[in-house]
Write a protein that binds this ligand. Structure first.
Ligand code: ZN
Length: 191
């Protein structure tokens, strides 16, 4: 375990409500405990629960940098000089995140990302500029943790995100009012 070189890319992948952000925080806490310099970054688009902290669905929080644009991360890194960068909700940035992560890794910085791997329609989640999707990030990873939630219908592992009410927009930020996790059997894409 942890026998990776510097410049590690570690991805936490899965549907909504699977504990991805909790896992990101757990890994962040480990680096802090190991006296490493680490920062958490999240997109400003996701302003659920808190404006200045990264929050899980059960309200565990840590200070985070909220950026509008992933390229702002370069300025933060130049100032903070972290050994580890934790990116929450990576799917909500533009595809420029791929280059930004490549550059961080070349500097020897470890990058940990949590991401929603697929839309409620079951497609690879597109980055905000729609030029690429998260599969381009997943293939670059040294390590992928795939998390599942619990299907409220049958109690089995939920690997899908189900849209409760269709807003007509496949990529739609929201919490438990709009989405719930479902197993494959109880998930169906909304048209
Ligand atoms: Zn089910």
């Amino acid at each position: 375990m942890n026998e990776y070189s510097k410049g590690l890319l570690w991805v936490i992948s899965g549907p909504m409500f699977a504990g991805k952000t909790s896992e990101l925080i757990r890994l962040y806490d480990r680096t802090i405990f190991a006296n490493q310099k680490s920062i958490i970054v999240k997109p400003s688009l996701d302003n659920r629960y808190s404006d200045s902290e990264v929050a899980t669905h059960d309200n565990r929080t840590r200070k985070s940098f909220i950026v509008n644009n992933i390229e702002e991360l370069n300025e933060i890194v130049a100032k903070e000089l972290p050994e580890n960068v934790f990116i929450d909700e990576a799917q909500f940035f533009s595809s420029k995140i791929l280059n930004v992560i490549d550059d961080l890794r070349k500097l020897g910085i470890n990058v940990y990302c949590s991401l929603l791997n697929q839309t409620s329609e079951g497609h690879a989640f597109p980055f905000m500029d729609k030029k690429q999707d998260v599969s381009s990030l997943l293939v670059k990873a040294d390590h992928i943790e795939t998390f599942s939630a619990v299907c409220p219908v049958c109690g089995k592992n939920a690997t899908k995100t189900y849209k409760i009410e269709s807003s007509g927009n496949e990529v739609d930020v929201g919490g438990s009012n709009k989405y719930e996790p479902r197993c494959y059997e109880h998930w169906e894409p909304k048209k």
